[in-house]
Design a protein around this ligand. Structure first.
Ligand code: AMP
Ligand code: MG
Length: 504
């Protein structure tokens, strides 16, 4: 243990009963090297960038050395994976170094993912290849910049060791930051053990840590359930409006804090198809894009079931409270999604007409295989131009227009008329409308073919430049720059990545 300028830890989860975790040191690696430090996040967390970039910082990020105050553990949880119950999962290759508080007093977990085997590793090697580390870094940081609640990436390192998958691959470790790593599956683990005392302890911890306002409610655990559901509803609405597919929405991959976690075979939709599936192991399409809200509700029902004994002394009343909370999830999701879609379309308010415009547009997009992201981006641009010449804006290569990359399909004609009629009735200044739409409809998303390209350069040639360039570009997703047109373009047919392997 060394250094004075490392993180200041305060490890609240470590103070919970012993059966919540195992004390677990990271397993050292041979020859670590730094890939990237997330400076903005480090500053937010009050962790010195200079220290992170130092030799001491590198050794901590690689799991070779412990920072002062770090008391590492692996946490236990259970979960439903692709619908099947697994009573004991846990952090098989992740080690929680501890928790830090930012300047505002917000608490964050600092976790090393790929730090070696733990008691929960089962058959796994406890390691992570470089590819999935880069993917998680890119996509989680893009999500953060897009305003989606998510785990973050503080750093990525290579280990100097290889990891055996279909072939030997360079190993990596991601330093993951989240406001906690407590999952639906954490509650399910104790429910599976019939350990009511642990469920209560965990619920109290979650209330104090994430939902302090519910502590004073008449029925705090019902209020907790409703609050978790509400955050999840808003989170999934964000995924849907962005065209994000998580890929592995198992109950152990859903945090009660309402942050996105576990970027495995995830991807953003290119051309809009609601049945799009990305994970190669999701053979039944359980986690297809359009299924995500329903799957979230199914997962949350398991949280409700785990909490049932706490909801009310009378079991019928408890079931009723859980059912009402689940109904609340659907209402909350629909309200959040409807609100986001009306903003994407530049409309004044969410109403039956805005819903109809959004759903008709999606149908047209599916029929014409339109690019989801660029359709909305282009609509944001044409909102500022007179209806007579909707497709001319940006022609001649205006550097802030995606027109040279993408034109709206001809089949949108009558929809465009209806949309313009509504905009006219709304009566707002078109330039103002356009500006609002440009601020919610990104030009740059981490397109799957780009992520794959970046990973290939890193893994096959040790070239990390494309990775850095992509991460930098995704730092400003709403500001289009024609110099980076390639990074905004949909894949050409030969670039399309059909699915992403789960072999992380
Ligand atoms: P995931 O699919 O990443 O959500 O992981 C599901 C479960 O498998 C979790 O309990 C992980 O900790 C565990 N796991 C995944 N990969 C490995 C690995 N390489 N070694 C040990 N455990 C792993
Ligand atoms: Mg997981």
């Amino acid at each position: 243990m060394t250094q004075a300028n490392g993180p200041k830890f305060d490890n609240s989860y470590r103070r919970l009963p012993d059966r919540f975790f195992s004390a677990q040191m990271p397993t050292p690696v041979k020859a670590p090297a730094l890939i990237r430090i997330n400076r903005g996040l480090a500053e937010q967390l009050g962790i010195s960038v200079a220290w992170l970039e130092s030799e001491d910082g590198l050794q901590v990020l690689a799991g070779n050395r412990l920072a002062a105050g770090s008391d590492p553990i692996a946490t236990v949880y259970a979960g439903h994976q692709f619908g099947g119950w697994n009573p004991r999962l846990g952090d098989g290759r992740a080690v929680l170094l501890g928790e830090v508080l930012d300047a505002e007093g917000r608490r964050y977990d600092i976790q090393l993912k790929g730090a070696g085997r733990t008691p929960y590793a089962r058959g796994g090697d406890g390691r992570s290849p470089l590819g999935p580390v880069l993917r998680e870094y890119i996509v989680s940081e893009a999500m953060a910049q897009l305003g989606v609640p998510t785990s973050r990436s503080l750093a990525a390192v290579t280990t100097g060791e290889s990891v055996m998958r279909e072939r030997p691959l360079p190993g990596g470790i991601l330093t993951r930051v989240a406001s906690s790593h407590i999952r639906i599956g954490t509650f399910q683990y104790f429910a599976g053990q019939g350990d009511l005392e642990a469920i209560r302890t965990l619920a109290d911890h979650v209330i104090q840590r994430h939902y302090p306002a519910t502590a004073g409610a008449a029925r705090p655990y019902v209020a907790l359930l409703e609050a978790v559901f509400d955050r999840q509803a808003k989170l999934i609405a964000q995924w849907q409006q962005l065209g994000f597919i998580h890929g592995v929405m198992n109950t152990d991959n859903m945090l009660v804090s309402g942050e996105t976690i576990d970027y495995g075979p995830c991807a953003f939709i290119d051309n809009y198809q609601p049945d799009t599936v990305f994970s190669s192991i999701d053979v039944n399409g359980r986690y297809a894009f359009a299924n995500q809200p329903g799957i979230a509700q199914w997962n949350l029902a398991w949280l409700a079931r785990a909490l049932l004994p706490l909801l009310d002394e009378d079991q019928d009343a408890a079931v009723k409270a859980a059912q009402q909370a689940l109904d609340g999830f659907v209402r909350s999701y629909e309200a959040a999604y409807g609100e986001l879609m009306r903003r994407k379309l530049g409309l004044n308010q969410h109403d039956a007409e805005s819903e109809k415009l959004a759903s008709t547009l999606l149908t047209l997009m599916a029929d014409s295989e339109a690019d989801y992201t660029l359709t909305f981006r282009r609509l944001a641009e044409v909102a500022a131009t007179p209806p007579a010449e909707p497709e001319t804006a940006g022609e001649g290569g205006a550097s802030d227009s995606v027109a040279s990359l993408y034109q709206l399909p001809e089949s949108f004609g009558s929809w465009l008329e209806q949309w313009r009629e509504r905009l006219e009735r709304d009566g707002r200044d078109p330039v103002e409308v356009s500006r609002g739409m440009l601020a919610i409809n990104p030009a740059f998303i981490p397109r799957n073919h780009l992520v794959e390209e970046v990973i290939r350069a890193a893994v096959d040639s040790g070239d990390l430049e494309p990775f850095h360039r992509l991460v930098d570009r995704l730092g400003q997703p709403y500001r289009y720059d024609a110099a980076d047109a390639r990074l905004a373009s949909p894949p050409r047919p030969e670039q399309v990545v059909a699915n992403t392997f789960c072999g992380t």
